[in-house]
Design a protein around this ligand. Structure first.
Ligand SMILES: CC(C)(COP(=O)(O)OP(=O)(O)OC[C@H]1O[C@@H](n2cnc3c(N)ncnc32)[C@H](O)[C@@H]1OP(=O)(O)O)[C@@H](O)C(=O)NCCC(=O)NCCS
Ligand SMILES: CC(=O)OP(=O)(O)O
Length: 331
């Protein structure tokens, strides 16, 4: 059984309800059908029932068993407007603006989650990442005590001897554009925890750079060295090393040569990128050139699970992200 089958099976046993607010996207409707048929989660589509019915009919998609919440006519709408206003009035939100925000099915789904009517949200097949992440931060917020939310991708690379039999977490490939060294350390520690929770593996964390162990000197490299030191001081028992180049992190013979004695070089299964340019480009190139399955962005550090997608995703990627979201309800 591969890692994604295992994740779907674990999700099935938890019987959670996940909302999909992108009701007019064909892949989302297909994912709703598959997730319901395979009992990965109970699915609620949030949006216009007429459009959902027309679109699913014309595409031959059965939505039997899928609940549809018409966010413009929902009974809880006025309660949610008031509640959103209360939540954000300190930030200058007016009652009229709260009404307007809840015209959006994404914002509406966030209020449903805030009020525990659902267990999680998956969105981002047609919305851009900022338009998924911002409502989640504004309404769901971070877990108490967590200052920085971040994201990782679950990468499953076929016929790959590296990582955990071709399985990796990449971070941050979807959220924080330019973390400083403390933020990068935090992203590394959070992603290591996600590796334990999602994959049940011991995280072996490589802090990636264009330099390995002083082969180049530059302030960009210094940031990675500092982040590694901070993460190590916060969690000395974690297998983490840097700065490492991609080949030194993955390939044992190169790791031995460039970083002799490292417990991480040649074995890494968690890859931490120095910024979002590197993280986002690398996940997309791995997905397309190595024909990897990329599930994410999986958001880390939110008080309740909301997960993003790439606009280039397939219906099965959405189903797998639904399964990940179900598992996060337990973390
Ligand atoms: C996520 C993102 C939209 C946040 O942007 P932002 O401009 O900081 O948004 P805002 O200033 O409106 O912040 C919204 C709220 O989130 C909070 N916030 C922003 N980033 C945060 C983070 N990393 N962790 C925790 N909270 C965060 C802000 O403090 C703010 O809270 P408040 O409104 O309650 O005070 C921004 O980081 C972004 O665009 N990232 C790139 C995403 C992307 O394009 N990825 C590539 C494709 S996957
Ligand atoms: C995660 C990501 O890169 O999203 P998109 O492809 O939608 O920009």
């Amino acid at each position: 059984m591969n890692v994604l089958e295992e994740i779907r099976n674990r999700a099935k046993s938890l019987k959670k309800t996940i909302a999909l607010p992108e009701y007019d996207d064909e892949r989302v409707l297909q994912a709703a059908e598959i997730a319901t048929r395979d009992q990965v989660a109970a699915i609620q589509l949030v949006g216009d029932p007429t459009i959902i019915e027309q679109k699913s009919k014309s595409l031959g998609i059965s939505l039997s068993g899928v609940e549809i919440i018409d966010h413009k006519k929902d009974q809880q709408r006025s309660e949610y407007v008031q509640s959103l206003y209360e939540l954000r009035k300190g930030k200058g939100l007016t009652q009229e603006q709260a009404e307007q925000w809840l015209e959006s099915s994404m914002y509406y789904a966030c209020m449903m989650l805030y009020h525990d009517r659902i267990d999680g949200i998956v969105s981002g097949a047609s919305l851009s990442s900022p338009d998924v992440i911002r409502p989640a931060l504004q309404i769901i917020k971070t877990t108490p005590g967590v200052k920085l939310a971040s994201s990782c991708f679950l990468m499953v690379v076929p016929d790959c001897p590296y990582g955990s039999n071709g399985v990796f977490l990449y971070a941050d490939s979807g959220f924080n554009p330019n973390p400083n060294s403390e933020e990068l350390a935090h992203i590394a520690l959070t992603t290591a925890r996600s590796a334990i929770q999602l994959l049940g593996v011991e995280p072996i964390v490589a802090m990636l750079s264009f330099s390995t162990k002083g082969s180049a000197r530059h302030e960009l490299v210094d940031k990675v060295i500092e982040a590694t030191a901070i993460a190590h001081s916060l969690k000395p028992e974690l297998l983490i090393d840097g700065e490492l180049q991609g080949d030194a992190a993955l390939v044992p013979s190169v790791g031995d040569k460039k970083a002799p004695g490292s417990k991480v070089a040649g074995k890494a299964n968690v890859l931490i990128f120095p910024d979002l340019n590197a993280g986002n480009i690398c996940y997309k190139l791995t997905e397309r050139l190595a024909r990897a399955t990329a599930i994410g962005p999986i958001l880390q550090g939110l008080a309740k699970p909301v997960n993003d997608l790439s606009r280039g995703c397939k219906a099965q990627d959405i189903v797998d992200q639904i399964a990940v979201t179900v598992l996060q309800t337990q973390f």
